[in-house]
Design a protein around this ligand. Sequence first.
Ligand SMILES: Nc1ncnc2c1ncn2[C@@H]1O[C@H](COP(=O)(O)OP(=O)(O)O)[C@@H](O)[C@H]1O
Ligand SMILES: [Mg+2]
Length: 359
Amino acid sequence: MSTQAPSRPAGGDIKISCRNIWKIYGREPDSFFTARNGEVEAPDSLHARIIESGHIGAACNVSFDVEVGEIFVIMGLSGSGKSTMVRCISRLVEPTAGQVIMDGGDLLEVSEKELIEIRRHKMGMVFQNFGLLPHQTVLENVAFPLKVQAVPKEEREKRALGVIELVGLQGREMSFPRELSGGQQQRVGIARSLAVEPEIWFLDEPFSALDPLIRRQMQNEFLRLQRLLHKTIVFITHDFLEALRLADRIAIMKDGWIEQIGTPSDVVMNPATDYVAEFTQDVPRVKVITAGDIAEPVAEGLDPGASVSPVTTLEELMPRLAGRDEGLAVVDDSGRIMGRVTPHTVVSALATAEAQAET
Ligand SMILES: Nc1ncnc2c1ncn2[C@@H]1O[C@H](COP(=O)(O)OP(=O)(O)O)[C@@H](O)[C@H]1O
Ligand SMILES: [Mg+2]
């Protein structure tokens, strides 16, 4: 239950760090801790005491780091503690214990006033139920967070129009939410959350209320926006395939605990618990394993002109390798050659993955 995989990403700057966060609901949640960080016993025995006394552990000893510019997905079934975690990070709910470090400072130490400023200027939030103001137009809804910041009308409308165009809603500025489809309403929600140019973008099941086809479009849209904007993102979903599609890294939660943290291919290829393995069982490996995962090192002789990005999935890679026995160079964003993929490496990786899946 308490398998705490390494919470630290491979490299790069950390934007937010959650350290041993507990959120306990019930009569006397504070009674389990001597002070806010005064954890006095092993997490598992503390948890047993919490449950025995009729309290709910909505988040239990949760630790992870979110790197600048990454899409960090928290995935879990309903009631697993995802919304609790995202609310703890933004302090919309007060953690019972633990620390939230943002840009090096403890967010739980700042005053209510500073906190409001941080939320207004640094955080953008998107919710499952859109949360739009029904009697305001698209333009007014999107400009609203800027109005709260007291940005002058002309300036805020200019900025709002910019993000409305970014999400593809130009022409609908004067519409009211009820005149829009679910997908369009969520585009308004996304535009509004981006209007303040947040440093951290929280999305709590933003596409869960949408039809599968629209959901797919919105996922693509979201990835397109992230390629443009490079935000630091905490994205919540209960949909494992959505998590695999969108995540740089995934944290899988169950009953308030983190089961595993890893890249999509880590999680699928090396599930840390039986629970994670159940999710991964039916996932087609070709959609998960990437060129970067299987690149074999080569000394020289690669044609950097014939290259693929390390995030290319095997599904995307296979047609490009047809008739290319010499393979393709795997070249990362900075132009570094990571190695080579060939039809042979792909087939052998898939065979290995299938063999693992059967055991
Ligand atoms: N205000 C609250 N009071 C009591 N229990 C709560 C409260 N909010 C959430 N919970 C409980 O905490 C657990 C986690 O809830 P939540 O974070 O909303 O899960 P998720 O977003 O993964 O569906 C659930 O058992 C839920 O019933
Ligand atoms: Mg939720």
